[in-house]
Design a protein around this ligand. Structure first.
Ligand SMILES: [Zn+2]
Length: 162
């Protein structure tokens, strides 16, 4: 089971006391799950939520990205057919055809950034359809978008080259 979690402190939404939050993402029986829990010792405000599906709440994702950094998923080869790629993207991320096409372009060009578990999840879907992928840690950046995405993985490549 692929899993990633982190703990951090925040303020209780009820009374403002400092409390410990725990969030995580994991893959269980081929499904992407996320969870979040916390307990206030002053006012007893507490929650434990978990759910599955293609969209993890942003507060959970951001906590994981801050704690562990983003990873980059790219294609090892330029695919000769686009259909398996679009199918994998549509099923794992719940996208429309137009959205999947945009994501496929992004994946081919700069790669897709995200948390370890969500990129691992997409990698499973792509591998299931015979596509070779590269999963690597994007060092020293928060989740970059657009042209900055390529620059974000550059330090890692330099290190690998020696
Ligand atoms: Zn409280």
């Amino acid at each position: 089971m692929k899993t990633q979690g982190t703990q951090f402190t925040g303020l209780c939404p009820e009374c403002g006391a400092v409390i410990a939050y725990e969030v995580g993402q994991w893959i269980e029986r081929g499904v992407l799950w996320w969870g979040s829990e916390g307990q206030c010792e002053r006012c007893a405000h507490g929650w434990c939520e978990r759910d599955h599906g293609p969209v993890t709440p942003d507060r959970v994702r951001q906590a994981l990205l801050t704690a562990h950094g983003p990873v980059r998923l790219g294609l090892a080869d330029v695919p000769d057919k686009l259909v398996p790629l679009l199918r994998a993207l549509r099923t794992t991320e719940d996208l429309t055809v137009a959205e999947a096409r945009a994501r496929a372009g992004e994946l081919s060009a700069t790669g897709l950034f995200g948390t370890l578990v969500e990129r691992e999840y997409l990698a499973l879907g792509l591998r299931d359809r015979g596509l070779a992928v590269v999963l690597e840690r994007a060092v020293g950046s928060t989740e970059p978008q657009g042209p900055d995405a390529a620059a974000a993985v550059q330090p890692l490549r330099n290190v690998a080259r020696g």
